[in-house]
Every structure is written in C-alpha cells, then in structure tokens.
Design a protein around this ligand. Structure first.
Ligand code: CAP
Ligand code: MG
Length: 425
C-alpha cells in the first residue's frame, strides 16, 4: 500500500529553524513499507496527517504546521524530523507526548520505533519551570561543594514499620549519609503510613544533624494519586521537610508538572518503570529523552544509572544522560542532537542500583563529582550494620578523592575493610 499523501513530509533540503522541536527516531518499517515511507508516516501521524487526504485540510494548516523529515540515514534506520513549535501547546507536556510519543507507536507501517533524542527550543523550555534548586541549590543547602553526595535507600524496600524506618534512616545519617531515601514502592501502606513515617523520620533527620554537625536530606516518597500527592507534599512542607521524592514515570508527566507547580521544595525523581519505555533498543524512547523532559519540567535530582551496578544502563548511555542533565550545551553528533539549555539549572544525576563501596572509585571516575552515590543493599547489608555501612561508603568516597586505593585506606578504616571483605570489586 502506498500512502502518497504521507510523502509530503519528506523535505531533505529543509534546515530546522531555531524554534522547531527536532526529534530523532529509529524507524524499522513493517513488511511492505519502505524506510522513507515509514518515516514520513511517523511525521504525519504525529502532527497533521492521517491515512487519507481530507477535505478539511487547508493551505494555512499546511503552511504553518507541516513537519519535515529533513534527514534520512537508512543504514542506521535513523531519521530526523523538525516539528514547527506552533503544533504544540506551550507548558503542556502530556500534549507533546500524545503527539510525538502517541499514535505513531501503534501504526501498522512500523515494526519498531524508538524516539532516540529530542532538541527542545528555547520558547518551549521556558514555558516550563525547570529545576528550582538544581545541583548548585542542593549543594548550597547541604554546604557540601567538593565531593559526590552519599545517599541510601531504606531497605527492605517495604515492610518496616514507621518507627523501624526512622531508626534505619537515623543510623544512615549518623554514619555519614547526606541523603536518606524512601524506596520507590513505599508510599502509605498499612504497616508504614505516610504521615507517621514522615514525622518520625524528619525528627530523626534533625537529631542526626545536631549530632553530626552536618546538614541532612530526607527524600520522602509522595507518589500517589495527584490530589493526594499534593496533600502529602503540603504536609511535608508544613512539618519541616526539606525534599520531596516522586516516581515520575508511574505518576505521569501531568502529575509531575502539578507537583512542580505546588512545591517550594526540591524534587527527587525516581525513574521506576523507565525500562518499559527505554530498554528495548527497537522500541519506545531513550532515557535521554525522558531525562530531558524531567529537567525541563523541573526535577532537581534524577536516577540515571551507574554503568557498574545491578541495573542495565551502559557507560555510553549513562554518560550521555549525565551530559544532558548537567551541561548547558550538548553537541550534535551522528548519533545525537544538540541541546542548549538557556540557563535552565543542571540536575543532580543519581547513581543507584547495586552500588557498594568497592565500585565507588569506578563510578566517580566515570561520572565525576557532581553525582549522588546511592547505596541501599550496599549499606544495610554491611556486616556491622547500617551505621558502619554508611561510614564505609563515605570512606570509599574520601579515599577516591584523595587518590588512595581502597585497600590502602581500609588498613586504617575498619568499616571499609569489612565492606571490601564482603563485596569484592
Ligand atoms: C537501589 C534501588 C533503586 C534502583 C533503581 C532499588 O537499591 O532502591 O530503586 O537504583 O534503579 O530498589 O534497586 P540497591 P535506577 O542499592 O539496594 O540496589 O537507579 O537505575 O533507576
Ligand atoms: Mg529502589
């Protein structure tokens, strides 16, 4: 079947305007479709096209809203499409997702479709709020400027009572964690209700601050139906909280925008479920695109992978996401589109998932200083318990920054020594 009308969208001579939203896709045509044709269908269905010509189309729509497939690389199954900004509603990310991340995934003409990258124009970026704090703001709050931050996730993921949770959090901060985080699936279950957990844990946080002389942060998971989410955020603000946490993908972009509009606190973004979108290399969207949208809406920290832990993200992917999160400008390459951030604050990349002291040097070498090193099992599984586990993580960071091998440092730091015995490199 040849869909002549969709051919209208191939314009290889077109040069994207600064105001266009540019998207890069990997397009795998279905049987019976040519690559070029499938790319054009993608452009059409995500904007003004449908399966046949319609009498209601008029020249004005054609002139102002036509997307252009301006780059085709059949060998790598890659195409780039420039969408005029006028196609979209400013400040409405669900609408952008319905267009560019919508129907096109279900078209018979594509067997596989992956949204690899996006270039967001200034006017669109500025119609969202962006991070309120970003890396600089979070560092300022903690008064920590020259090292990666160390965080933990209370483990087991769920099951502890609020009191037990607060105790584990206290020991983590006491041992040297800057941050304690709820796990992604802990919200307000019967065994650990939200309000009680928050009040006990924030009290433990203040106590640990007093005793250690260090500022501490509690990422409290406010993920819930959106009105309830806002109620929980307000409760946290009213009762002395310093950071909120959200599972941004299970909540959805709309709820994330709502949260950003409704809080003065920094937002920690957990990405639970991202692999449903980004894991299959022939389908969905990349974590880079998700991360760019998260920065645009305005999260202050975001899980981006570790390259060495238990999760699947590879080095190249982790570094590219980090670049998108922290830089003011990323270059265009054969594989990626450029992005200028126009003063939108950089986001803290969080390295989490199977992190433990022995791999800290490798992670810092790869990802640099501006990261949060987060270890759940790698702290609470320490043979001497949580407080010693947190100490071992801080020791691993100190050793790395001093350029001393962990083995050497462990000779005078028993917590690190014990951790290295349990978890080798
Ligand atoms: C880490 C973690 C995080 C993962 C998510 C977990 O715990 O709490 O949710 O890091 O992956 O439950 O696995 P551990 P990502 O330190 O015990 O592994 O950060 O890649 O989104
Ligand atoms: Mg978790």
């Amino acid at each position: 079947m040849t869909l002549v009308h969709y051919d209208n969208f191939i314009k290889l001579k077109y040069r994207p305007k600064k105001s266009d939203i540019v998207c890069q896709f990997k397009v795998i045509p279905a049987k019976g479709y040519k690559f070029r044709e499938a790319c054009s269908i993608v452009a059409g269905e995500s904007s003004i096209g449908t399966w046949t010509e319609v009498k209601t189309m008029n020249p004005k729509i054609g002139k102002t809203l036509t997307p252009r497939v301006y780059y085709l690389d059949e060998k790598n199954k890659r195409c780039r499409i420039a969408y005029p900004l006028a196609l979209f509603e400013l400040g409405n990310l669900p609408e952008i997702m319905s267009s560019i991340g919508g129907n096109i995934y279900g078209m018979k003409s594509v067997e596989g479709l992956r949204w690899e990258d996006v270039k967001l124009p200034e006017k669109l970026l500025k119609s969202f709020r962006g991070p309120r704090f970003g890396i600089e703001g979070v560092r300022k709050y903690l008064g920590v400027y020259n090292r990666p931050l160390v965080g933990t996730i209370v483990k087991p993921k769920v099951g502890l009572t609020s009191k037990e949770h607060a105790k584990v959090a206290y020991e983590s901060w006491k041992g040297g964690c800057d941050i304690v985080k709820d796990d992604e699936n802990l919200t307000s279950q019967t065994f650990n209700k939200f309000q009680k957990r928050f009040l006990l844990t924030i009290e433990a946080c203040k106590r640990a601050e007093k005793e250690t002389g260090e500022k501490k942060i509690y990422f409290v998971n406010c993920t819930a139906e959106s009105e309830e989410m806002v109620r929980r955020i307000k409760f946290v603000e009213k009762n002395g909280g310093n950071y909120i946490m959200l599972d941004i993908l299970t909540l959805g972009w709309s709820a994330l925008q709502t949260a950003r509009n409704n809080t003065k606190l920094p937002i920690h973004a957990h990405r639970a479920g991202h692999a449903m979108f980004d894991r299959n290399s022939n389908l969905g969207m990349t974590m880079e695109v998700i991360a760019q949208f998260a920065r645009m809406v305005g999260v202050d920290s975001l899980h981006i992978g570790t390259a060495y832990g238990k999760m699947s993200g590879k080095k190249e992917e982790v570094l590219h996401i980090e670049d998108e999160m922290e830089s003011n400008f990323t270059e265009q390459t054969k594989k990626n589109l450029a992005q200028k951030w126009y003063g939108i604050k950089p986001v803290f990349g969080v390295a989490s998932g199977g992190v433990y002291p022995a791999i800290v040097p490798k992670i810092i070498k790869l990802m640099g200083n501006d990261i949060v090193l987060q270890a759940g099992g790698g702290i609470h599984g320490h043979p001497f318990g949580t407080e010693a586990g947190a100490r071992a993580m801080r020791q691993a960071v100190s050793a790395t920054l001093k350029n001393i091998s962990l083995e050497e440092y462990a000779k005078t730091h028993v917590e690190l020594e014990e951790s290295l015995k349990k978890w080798k490199k």
